[in-house]
Structure formats: structure tokens, C-alpha cells
Design a protein around this ligand. Structure first.
Ligand code: SF4
Ligand code: FES
Length: 255
């Protein structure tokens, strides 16, 4: 097969970008405390390829239509966890959500995640979320017996907590939890997932301490097993299962 020339490639690219564009309405919940105490919905119409992501649409709005639109993002590839938002009423990462998958014939609603104070537009105050994370001691605790090389662990022991190592701290789970919405004191699913990651690590020696922290009135017993957290997790972590395992460890003291 003949190799296409650069001109042909460019022509193909231009053809594919223009012929596949559709008109989409982004309906965004705007909030600017310097202008009003009330949030308002604002519509933006864009021409966009449906194979692009919601994050691309937000960039287009910010760069071409309204530079005041405020949202967080960093990696744009599902790694940093900074662009969790409610898209069509469901918590998702904007950088992992394709326009074509969320019914673009209707307005696409985009709003801040729930349960955390909105600072501006899609940006929330993440301090309470990260405080709960810090409170469960999300780091390896060991004493004595310093190894001369790495701390060894069997493949089976590593597998025990593999799922919860995948967390990117996006808060999609915690901010989809009705218990967290009603009572911001609850540690929330993400903190419990990150406690799980160390409680079940055979090298760690602070499991008891973490379990006691989560035995608190704001700890794991607040969970009502609604599974919202598991549905919301963009990493596919079985969040509710992890919470159940921590509850069981508290009862049996086996982990
Ligand atoms: S468990 Fe999933 S949804 Fe929750 S913070 Fe971690 S990655 Fe996000
Ligand atoms: S921008 Fe990093 S996860 Fe979406």
C-alpha cells in the first residue's frame, strides 16, 4: 500500500475533524461568591467531536468562550484525580468521560461534586477530604528490624490489598455518599479505602491503630452500604467491599 503524503494526511485529518463535529450544549452550574451567593446554571454551545472528552469541552469554553470558568485538572489522563465532577448527575472524571457516551443530544450538565464547600464554579474545598485521609495514617508504619534491602512480601500478601492501591484520591466516592452529604464528619469511603491499603499490608504494624481510628462514631459504622461509592470510582475499586472488610476486621481483629 502506498504511504500517504503529508498533504494527504493533513487533508484526511481536516476532513475528519470538520465532518464529525456536533453541536453540544454544556449546562454548567456556576458559582462566584464575589458576584452572588447563589449558584446559577449557564448554557454554552460548542462544536465538538463527540469522541472528545468533557474536559476538552470545558477547555474549549474556558479558552474560547469564557475565561472565568473555573475548574481543576492536571494530568488530563485519569491519574491525578483532580477533575472529579458531577456530569449528568453522576460523579465522573471529566478527562475520562467521552462526549459520545453521555447522550450529547441533550444538554450535558456539569456541576461541582457534592458534600464539600464550593469555592468557585467546579472547584470545591478539598481540605476536609484530605484531613480525613491524613487521619487514617496513609503510610507504612514499622518498628525495629530495619532490613538491609527491601521489605519482602509474598505475591499472595501483596494481592490482598492490590485493589485499594489504585486510589487516585479524586473524591468521587466520598462525594457520592449520602452519609457524607448529610454529615461531613464521616471519614468517608476514600479515607477508609486508604486505611484498608495499609491495614491489610503484611509489612505494616499499625493496623490496630488504624482500626481504632475507624471504630470512631464518624468511622466505618456510618457506612450504609449504598454502593454509590463503588459505582462512582473511576478506578474500578470495589470501595464498598473494602469498607466491609475493614468492618469485619474490626469485629474479628483478623487482617
Ligand atoms: S476510591 Fe476511587 S473514587 Fe474514591 S478517591 Fe479513590 S479513586 Fe477516587
Ligand atoms: S485531569 Fe488528572 S485525573 Fe483527570
Amino acid at each position: 500500500m502506498a504511504t500517504p503524503t503529508m498533504d494527504k494526511l493533513e487533508a484526511l485529518e481536516n476532513d475528519s475533524t470538520s465532518s464529525h463535529l456536533i453541536t453540544v450544549t454544556f449546562r454548567i452550574r456556576r458559582f462566584n461568591p464575589e458576584i452572588s451567593a447563589e449558584a446559577v446554571w449557564e448554557d454554552f454551545q460548542l462544536e465538538i467531536d463527540p469522541k472528545e472528552r468533557v474536559l476538552d469541552g470545558l477547555h474549549k469554553i474556558k479558552w474560547e468562550l469564557d475565561g472565568t470558568l473555573t475548574f481543576r485538572r492536571s494530568c488530563a489522563h485519569g491519574i491525578c484525580g483532580s477533575d472529579a465532577m458531577r456530569i449528568n448527575g453522576k460523579n465522573r472524571l471529566a478527562c475520562k468521560t467521552l462526549i459520545k457516551d453521555i447522550n450529547p443530544e441533550k444538554p450535558i450538565t456539569v456541576e461541582a461534586i457534592k458534600g464539600l464547600t464550593v469555592l468557585k464554579d467546579l472547584v470545591v474545598d478539598m481540605d476536609p477530604f484530605f484531613q480525613a485521609y491524613r487521619d487514617v495514617m496513609p503510610f507504612l508504619v514499622t518498628k525495629g528490624n530495619e532490613p538491609t534491602r527491601e521489605r519482602l512480601q509474598s505475591a499472595e500478601d501483596r494481592e490482598r490489598f492490590d485493589d485499594t492501591t489504585k486510589c487516585i484520591l479524586c473524591a468521587a466516592c466520598t462525594s457520592s455518599c449520602p452519609v457524607f452529604w448529610n454529615d461531613g464528619q464521616y471519614f468517608g469511603p476514600a479515607a477508609i479505602v486508604n486505611a484498608h491499603r495499609f491495614i491489610f499490608d503484611s509489612r505494616d504494624e499499625a493496623g490496630e491503630q488504624r482500626l481504632e481510628i475507624l471504630n470512631d462514631r464518624d468511622g466505618v459504622w456510618r457506612c450504609r452500604t449504598t454502593f454509590n461509592c463503588t459505582d462512582a470510582c473511576p478506578r474500578g475499586i470495589e470501595v464498598t467491599k473494602a469498607i466491609q472488610e475493614v468492618k469485619r476486621a474490626l469485629i474479628t481483629r483478623r487482617y
